[in-house]
Design a protein around this ligand. Structure first.
Ligand SMILES: [Zn+2]
Length: 267
């Protein structure tokens, strides 16, 4: 069942204020009981920044299970505009916080996708490695839905391309797409992308400059790794290379699409 967005958000307001008053009004239901299930949240559609912020906060409150439970304070919601390119929403690290950029119309599943990025980049190094191991193993075992793998491949290719020299933006997606499909090994798609980008990232010029000469895409991932661990509030492990960052971003797409799909389906 799909609720009209306006009615749904009025209910959301009511749920939030019921929670705020819970210490004063003893018979007010706690928020978790006022929202029947997660599928309900993921199927809502926010039609502007205010609604997107409200829905995003509800999703962060529901899904941020980390001990500090501080994602709501760390994450801002902003209109995407030029930040989005071809995407409908995006998460970006900014200093020790993060920003979820939204379109004019953003559904809850999409917000959960971006919130998953916001959460995963807060994992400890050990947890991040466990996630990489888990998702890569699931991919090679064929346990991830084909549509999820394909969406992850596209999102990753877009961000990999965005970290290249703009003169290469026409070329890079072709290189990665043909690598993902022409490799006749039995490796999973994610493993093929890791393999293809291992060489492409160190050969192709990136969109960062190191002062003299041009840096590579690998350097762009190295910068992204520094920003990632600053946001995580954890010193960057000495062993965490640009390759780990690249792989973590790739499996993060699969995890985010998988989570959003399950939420929308109510499973
Ligand atoms: Zn994503």
């Amino acid at each position: 069942m799909r609720f009209p967005a306006t009615g749904a958000l009025v209910l959301l307001f009511a749920a939030t204020s019921a929670s705020a008053q819970v210490t004063l009004v003893t018979n007010a239901p706690p928020r978790v009981d006022a929202i029947p299930n997660d599928a309900w949240l993921c199927r809502q559609v926010a039609r502007d920044l205010d609604e997107g912020t409200l829905l995003g906060h509800a999703i962060l409150a529901r899904y941020d299970l980390a001990p500090a439970h501080d994602l709501i304070d760390r994450i801002q919601f902003r209109r995407g505009d030029r930040h989005l390119g071809e995407a409908i929403a995006a998460f970006a690290v900014e200093g020790t916080g993060g920003v979820i950029y939204v379109s004019d119309s953003t559904d809850g599943g999409t917000l959960l996708h971006e919130a998953t990025h916001a959460m995963m980049l807060r994992l400890t190094p050990d947890e991040a490695v466990q996630e990489i191991t888990r998702v890569m193993a699931a991919d090679s075992a064929g346990d991830i839905d084909a549509d999820i793998v394909d969406l992850a491949r596209r999102s990753f290719t877009l961000s990999f391309t965005a970290s290249a020299d703009p003169e290469l933006w026409g070329l890079v997606p072709m290189v990665l797409t043909s690598a993902a499909f022409s490799d006749n090994s039995t490796a999973g798609t994610l493993a093929r992308l890791v393999h293809a980008t291992d060489s492409a990232a160190v050969q192709l010029q990136g969109n960062v400059s190191k002062g003299w000469g041009r840096a590579t895409i690998a350097d762009a991932y190295d910068d992204a790794a520094a920003a990632h661990w600053r946001y995580a509030g954890v010193p960057r492990p000495a062993w965490w290379t640009w390759r780990d960052e690249r792989t973590f971003r790739l499996i993060g797409e699969a995890a985010a699409y998988d989570r959003a799909k399950r939420c929308v389906a109510g499973s």
